[in-house]
Design a binder for this molecule. Structure first.
Ligand code: FMN
Length: 430
């Protein structure tokens, strides 16, 4: 059921924008609660109670997001998420970013963008946008799909995104807007909300500026979960791919946030490649760890150990052959569901990393290329290509988790930036 505070679902005859702004002000300013300290405390209390209810709802159903797979455009689509869920039962899965405008404009064919199978839970929808009305409407439309969290993209440096007004990582320069956006999204959704951001943009890269962003967004909206991609973004025209490698990782900013914002849930992201690194980050206090490229490029080893090594739960115990048999059933059922989409290529794409570094992988990839030119079904695809992979690879389970000694996060303690004190907070309560 939709919560009652904040923005109520639009009535069809109501002018939408006026409702959005008016209701949102109740959340972000003191119009409703007045200016006294008591009223402010009441507002904060009510907000926290509402949040706790949401978090309890989600936490009761799933293990917490100790490990999550990052949102990745064109990668973490339904097909990839289906494969990932066959390998790990507990990893949280993020969708690729969907623009709020796309959701709003595709009202007639929302399933194509938002539907997923129930096995995919816990699953998080990431949205992007810079128009409050679109964000409100998109959250409202997505609510029917029961995502476990709605995440707002404040980290994408792509010129395609960042160039369209204030969108993606540029939003880090406007925390007031992000707070408004998060309030509007939360008010239209039953799911908890989160923000994924970088540690800075161009020259706005001091720890203090990052803290100002986190502080403003968390104190003016119901956002209690931030995912910190621990490198800044450069908006000087370098490609999105370079923006994921050139700016150096500064995990010390993340660990300083853990120290300075003890009431928030903070997930670390960037450059983390396996469960041994995930556990090393968690040993130093990280609440959650998000892994992107490694989970896509090498899903078997990256995700295969998550249930046991991160969650301490039994793993699926499936072999790759069994995973592929299940994935084949999914693939053949979904193909061409929406006109000519998805194609066999779309469905096969997430499998390309499944035999990463294994004997037969090169030959398999060459067969994949050839077979995809004339391939009617997943069944046919697997029959024609899997001959390249030895049975020993296809029929073994994931095996022991790596247990290297990783000191990347231990040595950060000595280089944390000085503690942050919120300027606004000081001014208000001095
Ligand atoms: C192909 C690709 C697409 C991405 N798309 C998104 C996206 O839609 N939204 C987002 O917040 N981040 C996106 N990212 C960034 C990842 O979520 C993640 O923050 C980044 O890859 C760093 O994590 P990693 O080092 O574990 O890969 C994308 C990354 C890749 C490689």
């Amino acid at each position: 059921m939709m919560k009652s505070t904040g923005l109520i679902l639009f009535a069809s005859c109501t002018p939408k924008i006026s409702v959005t702004i008016k209701s949102h002000r109740r959340l972000s300013s003191n119009i409703f609660y007045g200016n006294s300290t008591k009223a402010r405390k009441l507002f904060a209390y009510n907000q926290k109670r509402q949040l706790n209810r949401k978090h309890v709802m989600v936490a009761a159903r799933y293990l917490p997001p100790l490990f999550s797979v990052a949102p990745m455009m064109d990668w973490t689509d339904n097909h990839y998420r289906t494969l990932a869920r066959l390998i790990s039962k507990h990893a949280w899965l993020y969708t690729e970013m969907l623009a709020a405008k796309t959701i709003v404009n595709q009202k007639g064919s929302l399933d194509k963008f938002l539907a997923y199978t129930s096995e995919q839970h816990p699953v998080v929808l990431q949205i992007g946008g810079s128009n409050l009305e679109d964000l409100a409407k998109a959250a409202e439309l997505a609510n029917a799909y029961c995502y476990d969290e709605i995440n707002f993209n404040c980290g994408c440096p792509s010129p395609k995104v960042a160039g369209h007004g204030c969108f993606g990582v540029r939003l880090m320069l406007d925390p007031e807007f992000v707070a408004e956006a998060m309030s509007v999204i939360a008010a239209n959704s039953d799911a908890p909300v989160s923000v994924k951001c970088r540690i800075g943009v161009d020259d706005h890269d001091s720890y203090n500026e990052l803290c100002e962003f986190i502080y403003k967004v968390s104190s003016r909206s119901p956002t209690r979960h931030f995912i910190i991609h621990s490198r800044k973004a450069l908006l000087n025209g370098i490609s999105p791919a370079d923006n994921r490698k050139i700016p150096p990782l500064k995990y010390e900013y993340y660990y300083a946030l853990l120290r300075d914002f003890p009431d928030l849930r903070l997930t670390i992201n960037g450059g983390i490649n396996g469960v041994d690194e995930v556990n090393a980050a968690r040993m130093e206090g990280a609440h959650g760890v998000m892994v992107g490229r490694a989970a896509y490029n090498n899903p078997w080893y990256t995700l295969g150990h998550v249930d046991t090594a991160v969650y301490g739960e039994p793993c699926t115990d499936l072999t790759r052959r069994q995973v592929l048999e299940k994935y084949m059933v999914y693939g053949d059922s979904i193909m061409r569901k929406y006109g000519h989409k998805p194609t066999i290529r779309d469905v096969v794409k997430p499998l390309l990393g499944l035999f990463h570094s294994e004997p037969g992988n090169g030959l398999w990839k060459r067969k994949v290329d050839a077979v995809l030119r004339h391939c009617p079904t997943m069944k046919f695809f697997l029959e024609e290509t899997l001959v390249a992979i030895p049975d020993s690879v296809l029929d073994s389970t994931v095996g022991e988790a790596p247990s290297g000694c990783i000191d990347t996060f231990v040595k950060l303690k000595g280089i944390l930036p000085p503690p942050y004190t919120a300027r606004e907070y000081e001014a208000l309560y001095a």
